[in-house]
Design a binder for this molecule. Sequence first.
Ligand code: OSB
Ligand code: MG
Length: 371
Amino acid sequence: MGIKIERLVLRHIRMPLVHFFETSFGRTYERDIILVEAICGDISGWGEVTAGENPFYNEEWTGSIWPLLIDYVGPRILNHDLASPEDVAPRTAHIRGHRMARGGVEAAIWDLQARLNNEPLWRTIGGGARDQIPCGVSIGIQNSVDELLAKIETELADGYQRIKMKIKPGWDVDVVRQVRTRFPDIKLMVDANSAYTLADTNHLKRLDEFYLMMIEQPLDHDEIIDHATLQAALETPICLDECIRSAHHAEQAIRLNACRIINIKLGRVGGFAEAKRVHDICQANGIPVWCGGMLESGIGRGHNIALTTLPNFVLPGDVSASKRYWARDIIQPPIEVTSEGTIVVSKCPGFGYEIDGDYLENLVVRRETLM
Ligand code: OSB
Ligand code: MG
C-alpha cells in the first residue's frame, strides 16, 4: 500500500520561549520553526524541521530550510509513488547535507503513513519497546550559579531523572563543582557543543572528579578522530551529538572508540530511517543511546517520543514537558511529565497529539503550498 504526496504545506511559525536558552554558541529567546504538512487525500501527516535560527549548531538554519524544501526536496517527493516512508530519504540522498530540511519532510511522511494505517507512529517505525520514556532536562547557561542551582532544584522537584547542564570555557569546572557539592547523588552530565579543542585536554580531565554520566560533544562539530584521542585521556564517557550525522559516522566513531554513548537527533541524521540505522549500529555494539532535543514544538517532541520507544534508548533523553518551553504549545494536550520523570507514550494515531490549528495559524509568519 503505497503513498503519493499530493501537497506539501510549509509553515514558518514564530514562538517565544518561556526562558532564554543559552549554549556555548549563543542565546535563543524565540524559536523560528518550519513545519511540514504532507497531504494525501484528506489525511495530513506533520513534521518539524529542527534547524535553529542561526547556522551555529550545524550548517542549517531557518533561512536555509525554506528554499531547500521549495527548490529541491518538494519536487523530488511530490506526486511520486512511494512504496513506504523508507523511500523518502533515498529520493533526496544526492542533496549534500541539509539533513534537517530533508528529515522534516521524511518525518511528516512517516506520520502520514501512521495516520493512513490508523496506528501510532511508534508502531509504524517499529518501536514500542516501552510505554513510558525516561526523561531528563537540558539546562542552558544561566546568568549566575545561584540561578542554575535554583533551576536544577525545580526540575528535580518535577521528577526529571537526570540533569544536563551546558558548559563553555569560563562556565565549566567551577560551576560543575558547585552543582556537584549541592547535589551529590543526582545523575548529572554536561554538554559543551564543540566549545573546546584537544589543547584543553588537561582542563577537561578535571571534570573526571565529578563522576558525570557523560560529557557531550566537547570538540569540533565534525571531528571524530580528536574525540577518540580525548576519550583515551578521560575517565568520563564521551557522548557524541553534532558529529553523528549518519549511521556511517556512528560506525566510524564506535570503531575508533571516540565515544561510549550516542545522542540521536531525528533531524541531525535526516529522519527516522537513518535514526533507526544509527540506533541499530549502537545496539549491536553495546553503545547506549538517548534522544536529544532541539527546542522543538509539540510536533517534533511527539516524534521524539515515538523514536524513544526503540529498544536501545535506555538513557533519559532531552525530551521534556511542553511547559518548560512554551506558555502554550501548538498541540493538544500539551506534553506532560509524570512525578517519576517519564512521559507516557500516546496510543493515538500518528505522533499521538492533536494539532491546535487555530492557535497554530496565529503563529504563522509565512506559508507556501507545494503541489
Ligand atoms: O546540543 O543538545 C544540544 C538545543 C539546541 C541546540 C543544541 C542542543 C540543544 C539542547 C536542548 O540541549 C535540548 C532541548 O531541551 O530540546
Ligand atoms: Mg548536544
